[in-house]
Unconditional design. Sequence first.
Length: 320
Amino acid sequence: MTTAPAAIPAGPNRTQLGVACGMGAGALWGLVFLAPELVRSFTPLQLAIGRYLAYGLIALLLIAPRWRAVVGAVRPREWLSLVWLSLTGNTLYYVLLSAGIQQGGIAMTSLVIGFLPVAVTIIGSRESDAVPLRRLLPSLLLCAGGALCIGWQALGGASSAPFGARVTGLLCAIGALVSWTTFAVGNSRCLARLDHVSAHDWSLLNGMVTGAQAVLLIPVSLLFEPLQHSVGEWSRLGAVSLGVAVLASIMGNALWNRMSRLLPLTLVGQMILFETLFALIYGFIWEQRLPTMLESAAFLLVVLSVTSCIAAHRGRGAHA
């Protein structure tokens, strides 16, 4: 989900194409939330290892023709940055996300992750050129309202899942939000100071390092998690891992980067909502049900929170 948005004045055709690319990226990224349900017999760590082994291998193949030039341009400090960015934005994030989905459900987890734009903005409000926090108060209040709806639905709503599992799922979803927020802020700062590595190559390097982390985690998984799966289950995991790597990590990122060049910055943030929307749609189709009142209210508050956050930035730009 790494972006390099550019504030380009958009004509009707450019805007339509940009929104279409944003919707496509959201539709592909939303599949990530469905994957843990498709292979529920595997643990979150096994899911992360499978996904990022596939992603790391694909990234390596894509970067291989330019290996010397790309790797030679990366300094030791940047390799260290790639290690912790890969951990927070990929490995740890996906373990927590998968655990949240398996314990608390797709809907709850996707709604929590939907607050990502607001969370990043709150962290970024400490920057010298950021929007003052008081201008973000409406967004924060809407965010709090949405969080209350999500929490009440997850912990107090009718569910066949045990209460302890729902609490664990909610905490894992919050942990995933914190993990990816940390990555988003750190990655943005790294890209801002990198003038010798393109955003595309940086994304591929991130995939390679994440793949290496997945290899290192295999012994850990073998030590603590018994392998009691059939050949068919392993084949299913391989297919899902490869599908998520290609569709979400490669194609989804490509559509998002294309969108970032077509739309002005004030519209780019709103496009993130498509990931939450499609994740919810996939979740309700998978569970064969309609959203509850609390889930509908939570999604509405998520949308209003993000759009009001963007409006605060637009208003600041108008007075600059």
